[in-house]
Design a binder for this molecule. Structure first.
Ligand code: AQP
Length: 347
């Protein structure tokens, strides 16, 4: 089926701490590649970060650091729009409209909310519950068609599609009578195709690597020194068996599978050739090679990040310019949404 929507990419990361290898291999590598094929909009999603308590000073710092990481990884502000979410008020405005479109039953199924709220569900912020609705607004306020993310975001993307579809159906008459075509919002496609779509914790191969894990040893941060990377990999949990020589031997060995997957993603090799090289050997030799590969990939990024952080004003200027460009796309879409819903435009 042909779609009336020009291809456009949107994605974001939360400034809840340092970016880590999971963010990089699960999403960032894809973001960089898509810059040469698509119009891309990359956001630092600061309004998502405040769905859990943040220290204001640390949050401000994290917004700058995550932006510096974007730039150091290779996002190009001339090619792509790079900005922070809270500077474009249309995200929050469309999220409210979508709060009135999304159904409670849909949100009740979101596994990330259940994991993050845990046993304290009565006490968490309403914003944490409504997080996927804001995410739908982030994407759809730009009528984005493609969303490169890690595997953990699959369910949220499905919800974005459900919200877009319900809006298109609920307001079909108004959309047509305003001359906005048959459908107003595209159904955004998840692109879960990074070199490692789910990188797991170095301490527990059944949990995803995460910024908010209390143990810094669970993740490799893009800012870690070569010594810290080597030490974290040396201490990474493994099992007593040697590495298998074939892929099927990784079944039931979550930690081994994770480390081999990371090495394959970093070196561009496939898992079977990694096992061909290291299978039958002890973890120590493999871990040394893994640390070397991680340091080779991340050192230039952390060096470039430090250069950006020496000039915070330059980072803020990138965000200000990106926000103006983002607003120029979002504002007309939001004006049309107001027309469709029956709200008056401001004069
Ligand atoms: N472990 C992971 N493996 C692969 N991809 C991952 N992503 C996150 N963790 C992994 C992808 O990175 C992008 C940005 O994620 P985010 O900042 O929006 O927050 P998150 O998904 O909730 O990541 P964290 O690190 O776990 O943050 P906290 O701890 O603050 O919640 C997304 O595309 C995500 O899929």
């Amino acid at each position: 089926m042909t779609t009336p929507f020009a291809p456009r990419v949107f994605s974001g990361m939360q400034p809840t701490g340092n970016l880590h290898l999971g963010n990089y291999l699960g999403a960032m590598v894809n973001w960089i590649a898509m810059q040469s094929t698509h119009q891309c909009i990359y956001c630092v999603v600061d309004l998502h970060a405040i769905t859990v308590a943040q220290d204001p000073v640390a949050l401000r710092r994290a917004i700058i650091e995550v932006t510096a990481a974007y730039l150091a990884c290779g996002l190009d502000p001339k090619q792509s729009i790079i900005f922070n979410q809270s500077q474009v008020a249309e995200h929050a405005e469309l999220a409210w409209i979508f709060n009135c479109v999304a159904r409670l039953g849909w949100l009740n199924r979101m596994t990330q909310f259940k994991e993050k709220a845990g046993k304290d569900r009565e006490n968490v912020a309403v914003g944490l519950y409504a997080y996927p609705v804001l995410m739908a607004a982030d994407i759809l306020v730009y009528k984005a068609t493609h969303v490169p993310v890690g595997d953990d975001q699959k369910q949220h993307l499905e919800l974005s599609r459900d919200i877009a579809q319900k809006f298109n159906m609920d307001f079909a008459g108004s959309i047509a009578s305003h001359g906005f075509g048959e459908v107003f919002f595209p159904l955004p496609e998840p692109m879960i195709t990074g070199p490692a779509t789910r990188v797991m914790s170095l301490r527990d191969g059944t949990k995803k690597m995460s910024k908010s894990d209390v143990s810094d040893y669970s993740r490799i941060n893009l800012t870690d020194s070569p010594e810290a990377i080597a030490q974290k990999i040396r201490k990474a949990k493994t099992d007593p068996e040697p590495l298998p020589s074939e892929e099927k031997g990784l079944a039931g060995r979550a930690e081994a599978e994770n480390l081999v997957g990371i090495y394959a993603a970093l070196t561009g090799a496939d898992v079977s050739s990694v096992l061909g090289e290291f299978g039958g050997g002890q973890f120590s030799r493999f871990k040394t090679a893994l640390a070397d590969a991680a340091v080779a990939r991340l050192s230039p990024i952390s060096a470039d990040m430090r250069r950006w952080l020496d000039d915070e004003g330059a980072v803020e200027a990138v965000l200000a310019e990106g926000s103006a460009r983002a607003r120029a796309i979002a504002a007309p879409v939001m004006r049309e949404v107001r027309d469709i819903v029956g709200l008056l435009r401001s004069r």
